[in-house]
Design a protein around this ligand. Structure first.
Ligand code: G3P
Ligand code: MG
Length: 236
């Protein structure tokens, strides 16, 4: 159980694939993260109007595609015609799982509403085809979605994403979720709050750490790994 969270190896998690080198959350970005030898890679997921789970970061399409409006209001057929950065299709969660093909752990950030149930259903489908719980890691800022995920599975690794919450709240919420990890905003970490997280047996995967000086500082604090746009910048 949770064997993607129990090793003491420093985990390099590619952010939205390897978005420092390729368009975020595309299959090209996933392939780049694998090529750069990330141990884990993070993507964001939404559930769209026709029920499919798709991999995308923003609530709306405006910033990086040739379309506009809320992604959750699009049908699958409409979304297939949308181009990201002029050339990529928005992948489905299944396309990402198959592209990774168990080579690295997939950290699925539940971004939209009502994402836990369908994400879990898809994981269960792949578990019938040879994937294991340890090929997946679920993260979110949405405590409600994480609660739903934990009620569906006691065996899937969960990481609570946090921004500027007080450490007491973080620990309380993470314990209630039976989370394995806390994924904090890296600038909030101190020797003191890292010690509290560790004393409570949580792995710590801060986001999103790109500068070498910050990476070194966090390695000095002995965090469990790092979420980064540049998976090759980590000195192991
Ligand atoms: O998983 C860490 C990070 O992805 C959280 O922020 O906005 O990039 O999804 P964001
Ligand atoms: Mg994310």
């Amino acid at each position: 159980l949770f064997s993607n969270c129990t090793s003491n190896k420093f985990i390099v998690c590619g952010h939205r694939g390897a978005m420092g080198y390729a368009t975020e959350n595309t299959l090209a970005s996933i392939e780049k993260a694998i090529e750069l030898k990330a141990d884990m890679l993070e993507i964001d997921v939404f559930k769209i109007k026709t029920g499919e789970m798709v991999v995308f970061h923003d609530d709306d399409l405006d910033r990086i595609t040739n379309a506009k409006g809320k992604i959750e209001e699009y049908t699958f057929d409409e979304l297939r015609k949308v181009l990201v950065a002029g050339k990529h299709q928005i992948p489905t969660l299944q396309e990402v799982i198959e592209t990774i093909d168990k080579k690295v752990v997939l950290n699925i950030e539940l971004k939209g509403t009502n994402t836990a149930t369908d994400t879990y259903r898809i994981i269960e489908e792949y578990k019938k085809k040879g994937w294991r719980n340890k090929d997946f890691f679920i993260s979110s800022f949405r405590v409600g979605e994480l609660q739903k995920m934990r009620s569906l599975s006691t065996e899937i690794a969960i990481g609570l994403l946090t921004y500027k919450d007080p450490i007491e709240t973080i620990i309380k919420t993470a314990k209630e979720l039976k989370a394995q990890a806390i994924n904090p905003y890296y600038k909030t970490l101190t020797a003191e709050n890292v010690a509290v997280m560790k004393a409570n047996d949580f792995k710590i995967y801060p986001w999103t750490v790109n500068e070498t000086v910050d990476i070194k500082n966090l390695q000095g604090l002995k965090v469990s790994g790092i979420i980064t746009d540049y998976p090759d910048r980590i000195i192991r």
